[in-house]
Design a protein around this ligand. Structure first.
Ligand SMILES: *Cc1c(COP(=O)(O)O)cnc(C)c1O
Ligand code: SF4
Length: 337
């Protein structure tokens, strides 16, 4: 049996409905600046949000420090004039590639693992993300592409781990996720489900009882890979969401992107590792930035990245040091730096 019976629902403190909170996100850059008492920055906003609209849930805004133009959470979401600069090597090429992948809905690049593009939506728009050139909606899952993707997974018994990615797979309703897990029933070669998501960080209310009931009911090993870049992204609500997922049997890992001006110093990265461990989350990857047009101002050199990791190794237990990697097309795994 894949889904929990409705009668088995455990009651927990009422959470605000996450869809309502999502709809209520800040989408106006000037409003965000005003909430943070930074109105004077309004004349430094790029026209039309540099072609990638601002979107940030209010609970995440509440973790930003008012009056601080350099707030590490604000910098991840606020459109910058620097995004308008054309920098050699930073392209939109990844988009065409993604469009092609999108059609199939499944990416099978690495042995044993298949990645399903479960949703194109996200609850937050991160300025450094490839999505800025491909702000697709939620139509993939709706169009029943899972059937095709699951057919691929059914036929290839070398796959033992299914990875839900996107976009953000938890942008889907829990009933959509139930549909997916029904599709997995009977695929005995799948032993593990992995979910890559930023929702538990930016909109922790998403981890509600129907979701954790679903997670708990899966007859699979479960891994949730979060995406936090800075210790300030954690607060009590995120801790509680992490605890609920662990209670539902998930192993929690985190991947970060190394971002200039946000987390490119050893103190900040060490604090992030310590903070996530306090929430029951282990660091997994620290990614070098994808070279997408408009994100060049976030790039950190490989030499500096390596020295940051060395610094972390010198001061943290090994299990709190993430693996520094870059994704390179055609490689059989993420490439260690
Ligand atoms: C990153 C990625 C994975 C997962 O790789 P791990 O090293 O196992 O985390 C799987 N498939 C694709 C296509 C990926 O890009
Ligand atoms: S895919 Fe991840 S990094 Fe990109 S916008 Fe969505 S949440 Fe942010």
């Amino acid at each position: 049996m894949i889904t929990a019976s409705p009668g088995a629902r455990i009651t927990s403190p009422a959470l605000a409905d996450w869809r309502q909170l999502w709809r209520d996100s800040v989408t106006d850059s000037r409003e965000l600046l005003s909430l943070l008492e930074l109105n004077h920055l309004a004349d430094r906003l790029p026209a039309d949000d540099a072609g990638f609209s601002l979107r940030v849930p209010r609970g995440f805004v509440a973790r930003m420090r008012p009056g601080n133009a350099h707030d590490p959470l604000l910098r991840q979401v606020l459109p910058q004039l620097a995004e308008m600069e054309q920098v050699p090597g930073f392209t939109t090429d990844a988009v065409g590639d993604l469009a092609a992948r999108e059609a199939q809905g499944v990416l099978h690049k690495y042995q044993g693992r298949a990645l399903l593009i479960a949703s194109g939506s996200c609850a937050i728009n991160c300025r450094y993300c490839f999505r800025r050139h491909f702000p697709y909606g939620d139509e993939m899952a709706a169009a029943g592409q899972w059937r095709q993707a699951l057919e691929h997974v059914r036929q290839d018994t070398s796959i033992n781990e299914l990875i839900l990615s996107g976009g953000d797979p938890l942008a889907l309703s829990t009933s959509k996720l139930e549909e997916l897990s029904h599709g997995l029933a009977g695929l005995t070669h799948i032993i593990r489900l992995r979910i890559h998501t930023r929702l538990p960080i930016v909109l922790p209310e998403r981890i509600d009882t129907p979701f954790t009931d679903w997670l708990k009911s899966l007859p699979l090993q479960k891994v949730v890979v979060l995406h936090a870049n800075h210790a300030n992204e954690f607060d009590d609500s995120v801790d509680a969401a992490c605890a609920r997922m662990r209670d539902a049997g998930a192993t929690l890992l985190n991947q970060s992107v190394l971002l200039r001006g946000i987390n490119d110093d050893a103190d900040t990265l060490a604090a992030l590792s310590e903070r996530m461990f306090a929430a029951g989350v282990l660091p997994y990857y620290l990614h070098q930035l994808d070279r997408v047009q408009g994100a060049a101002h976030f790039e950190v050199s490989d030499a500096q990245a390596q020295s940051l990791i060395e610094d972390m190794r010198g001061r943290l237990p090994g299990y709190l040091v993430p693996k520094l990697v870059r994704e390179v097309g055609g490689d059989p795994s993420k490439r260690p730096l």
